[in-house]
Design a protein around this ligand. Structure first.
Ligand code: DOR
Ligand code: ZN
Length: 350
């Protein structure tokens, strides 16, 4: 039995940090584990210009602990009328180091999830922007769920792939696309078949839990996220994908903090907070699958390679050691209940 694993410092390729006072809690958690993180732009109002993204990057940097070299990688929120000029400005930030590189654009179908009201109503409205992205080499990050109320919640990812993603892929064969936080057998299979310019991130919570977790002994809002947890066969397919040696699957926590009182609510918010122990949770999954030797590729290499960024220097060591997850963290004026609150974690970062 392996009791210790050392990997190159990993990156989180999908992260929500929010803004304001919340940053002082969540930025140090991520900065303690990861070298870089791709920061989601679904603030209120959303980040739609390079200037906003770089201002936000400065606020994130200011919340890092002393001496931290953590770097936020910024994204723009795609709307029906994003100015293609912003894509050229984003490209100009590449290699700039200091000021917040804008590496990707995030597509939310309007109404699909938290703060997605300004998202896309019709894929064709984005085509001018996507053409420039394809030319300039900016990545498209996709929340892959249809929003039609007539489509069952648990089918929304699979239907999105067939009805939206496959046509998009066909119309933009040279665009680098990441299907974010995949949750289904269909998504894992689609990525495997899709060729070198298509990748996917996988969260720790979708690897650890199936949908029973949301209803075990009563409704459990801290397990509610979007795309929602699926049945066990899908979880097993995700574990298989993450622990396979396919370089187009990589780590993206989708850690998404909300005030506890807004999750424990009649219409509770979607999002699981995992950043405080993300790597430990992934290690637990890889250990259970007897695949700790695949953790480094998934967490530290595949994402950087797909984004065309250098791999990190330095490393982190995880040891098999039981510890109790905190019950809550301060979160501005509110409290933040993490996933696994008060429960045992099996691995610990040194
Ligand atoms: O569960 C989620 N929470 N899924 C998303 O797509 C957004 C995120 C959030 O921002 O809270
Ligand atoms: Zn997300």
């Amino acid at each position: 039995m392996t009791d210790s694993v050392t990997i190159t410092r990993p990156d989180d390729w999908h992260l929500h940090l929010r803004d304001g006072d919340a940053l002082t809690t969540v930025v140090p958690h991520t900065a303690a584990q990861f070298g870089r993180a791709v920061i989601m732009p679904n603030l209120k109002p959303p980040i739609t210009t390079v200037r906003q993204a770089q201002d936000y990057a400065r606020r994130i940097r200011a919340a890092r602990p002393e001496g931290s070299a953590f770097e936020p990688l910024m994204t723009l929120y795609l709307t029906d009328n994003l100015d293609p000029q912003e894509i050229r400005r984003a490209k100009d930030t590449h290699g700039s180091g200091g000021d917040g590189q804008v590496v990707a654009v995030k597509l939310y179908p309007a109404g699909a999830t938290t703060n997605s009201a300004a998202g896309i109503t019709d894929m064709h409205k984005t085509y001018k922007v996507l053409e420039v992205m394809q030319r300039e080499g900016l990545l498209l990050l996709v929340h892959g769920e249809v929003t039609s109320p007539t489509i069952d919640l648990f089918d929304r990812e699979a239907v999105f792939i067939d009805s939206q993603l496959i046509p998009l892929r066909r119309d933009f064969p040279e665009l680098k696309i990441v299907l974010e936080h995949i949750t289904t057998t269909q998504a894992a299979q689609y990525i495997r078949d899709a060729g070198p310019l298509m990748a996917a991130t996988i969260t720790a919570h979708h690897l650890l839990y199936n949908r029973n977790a949301i209803f075990a002994g009563g409704i459990r809002p801290h397990y509610y996220c979007l795309p929602v947890l699926k049945r066990e066969t899908h979880r097993l397919a995700l574990v298989q994908a993450a622990t396979s040696d396919n370089p187009r699957f990589f780590l993206g926590t989708d850690s998404a903090p909300h005030p506890a009182h807004l999750k424990e609510h009649a219409t509770g918010c979607a999002g699981c907070y995992t950043a405080f122990a993300a790597l430990e949770m992934y290690a637990e999954v890889f250990d259970a699958a007897n695949a700790l030797d695949q953790l480094e590729a998934f967490a530290s290499f595949n994402g950087a390679d797909f984004y065309g960024l250098p791999r990190n220097q330095g490393g982190v060591t995880l040891r098999r050691e039981s510890w109790l997850a905190p019950r809550s963290f301060a979160f501005g004026d509110a409290e933040l209940t993490p996933l696994r609150a008060g429960e045992t974690l099996a691995w610990k970062i040194q």
